[in-house]
Design a protein around this ligand. Structure first.
Ligand code: NAD
Length: 447
């Protein structure tokens, strides 16, 4: 089948590549000419395990192409995915300007039947707006009456395991208003659900809202655990025991029960905020979503509070090593990364920083450029510890799990660790002579 994908970011590039991998002919479109130029040379703009090899092999086989020209991509395509960004607006709502621009361009380009698919995460009612924008374009071109369908097909991939998620989805959500479009979508996804995982057909509005509901539930679990962790520290309990104690209950389950620095990334923060605004728009107070968001905002400074308790509010003259910059491991995505918030607050208190991240240093250097040489970028994780007053672990990359603690103690000015991801065993660390602070497991020794 022939497919166009508008927007070649984390979702669009994975979507296009995975459809090509199944034998389809895909053209990925982006209005970032530099990105398209690099993709044509086989240079992948993001870090996503396995994606580079897959992009190159499909491009070589002639199934995957890249262009800035949407009309060219649409000419022969039956399916057109919209996978552009929907960042947060100032009022917390989803900013639809990129989706609507794409819809208008589609309306200005198509001249035959297409299935237009909203893959971006968009508020309820967006498919109607997309339909209207396309109809207006067709009317301007004297093509009123040309048939097309607008389908909602939200994406559930996780950065870091995006290919696996796309190739073997737990489920595929398809919101379609008629059986013809639904059947075409089912056919398109058939190779991805041979494991019998379902393609769930529903109305468009329910599909649009399902995506928000999923992210809201996951974000809520994280905020719940972070709130419990705060109470653990206050009463001398261990959040790890709580996690296992409740996660083994089959009604609850183990995933997404980790306390930490709060959720970040390009999805949870903005999607929770959009739900709050969506509620307001529809006169439904989203009390839980407001609380989930508020707890998350508070959590981002939890480790800073512990640091200030140890070193005082004035951190000038102090040097901190920070391990991890991306919002989670296995990605270079820095959007809404709690690590950057933490670093920003340390800098505001006068501290100097040495950072290390396996893949996100280039982007971080851009994000932190105002700090100039107050932030040092270290290619080696141990270099980031030279002469530091403390290490802050902010992203749980695997290489940070079992580091050489002897070497660390030798390099650091003082053996103090603030672990925002609960990676280490407090008793073991104390035994090695470290002063160790974490999230919800700061049980006084001897208790
Ligand atoms: P992104 O910012 O990485 O990519 C968006 C791309 O769209 C950019 O390359 C941009 O240049 C391009 N673009 C914008 N307007 C365009 C236009 N008119 N024509 C052509 N290209 C255009 O965004 P992303 O992370 O891939 O997210 C895309 C959507 O998918 C969002 O709605 C997001 O909420 C949703 N989503 C993201 C993830 C994720 O893990 N990143 C997962 C599920 C869903």
């Amino acid at each position: 089948m022939r497919i166009a994908v508008v927007g070649t970011g984390y979702v669009g590039l994975v979507t296009g590549t995975c459809f090509a991998e199944m034998g389809n002919t895909v053209t990925c479109v982006d209005n970032d000419a530099e990105k398209i130029r690099r993709l044509r040379e086989g240079i992948i703009p993001i870090f996503e395990p396995g994606l580079d090899t897959m992009v190159r092999s499909n491009a070589k086989a002639g199934r995957l192409a890249f262009t800035t020209c949407l009309p060219d991509a649409l000419e022969t395509a039956l399916f057109c995915f919209i996978a552009v960004g929907t960042p947060v607006s100032e009022d917390g709502s989803a900013d639809l300007r990129y989706v609507m621009a794409a819809a208008r361009e589609i309306g200005d380009s198509i001249s035959g039947y297409k299935v237009i698919i909203d893959k971006s995460t968009v508020p309820v009612g967006t498919a109607d707006l997309v339909r209207k924008a396309i109809e207006e374009g067709l009317a301007r071109r004297g093509l009123s009456g040309l048939e097309f369908d607008v389908v909602s097909n939200p994406e559930f991939l996780k950065e870091g395991v995006a290919i696996e998620d796309f190739m073997r989805p737990d489920r595929v959500i398809v919101g379609a208003e008629n059986a013809h479009a639904a059947e075409l979508m089912k056919d398109l996804y058939e190779p991805f659900v041979r494991n019998q995982n379902p393609v769930l057909l529903m109305d468009v509005r329910s599909a649009e809202l399902t995506k928000y509901a999923a992210n809201a539930m996951l974000a809520a679990r994280i905020s719940f655990m972070n709130e419990m962790a705060g109470l653990c520290d206050a009463v001398g309990a261990d959040i790890n025991h709580i996690r296992i104690g409740i996660g083994t209950d089959r009604r609850i389950g183990m995933p997404f029960l980790y306390a930490g620095l709060g959720y970040g990334g390009s999805c949870f923060p903005k999607d929770v905020k959009e739900l709050v605004v969506a509620g307001r728009r529809n006169r439904v107070e989203m009390e839980m979503m407001k609380a989930v968001d508020a707890v998350n905002e508070r959590q981002k400074t939890y480790i800073n509070t512990l640091i200030e308790r140890k070193f005082g509010a004035d951190l000038s003259g102090r040097l901190f090593g920070v391990w991890g910059l991306s919002f989670k491991p296995q990605t270079d995505d820095l959007r809404e990364s709690p690590s950057l918030v933490l670093i920003g607050k340390l800098l505001a208190r006068g501290a100097l920083i040495r950072v290390h991240d396996p893949v996100a240093m280039e982007g971080a250097a851009k994000a932190l450029r105002d700090a100039g040489d107050r932030v040092g970028y270290c290619e080696d994780m141990y270099d980031a510890l030279k002469g530091v007053d403390a290490l802050v672990l902010a992203t749980e990359w695997k290489e940070f799990r079992q580091p050489d603690f002897d070497e660390m103690r030798r390099l650091m000015k003082s053996p103090v660790i603030f672990d925002g991801r609960n990676q280490y065993d407090p008793a073991a660390l104390a035994g090695m002579g470290f002063e160790y602070f974490c999230v919800g497991r700061n049980v006084p020794r001897g208790r």
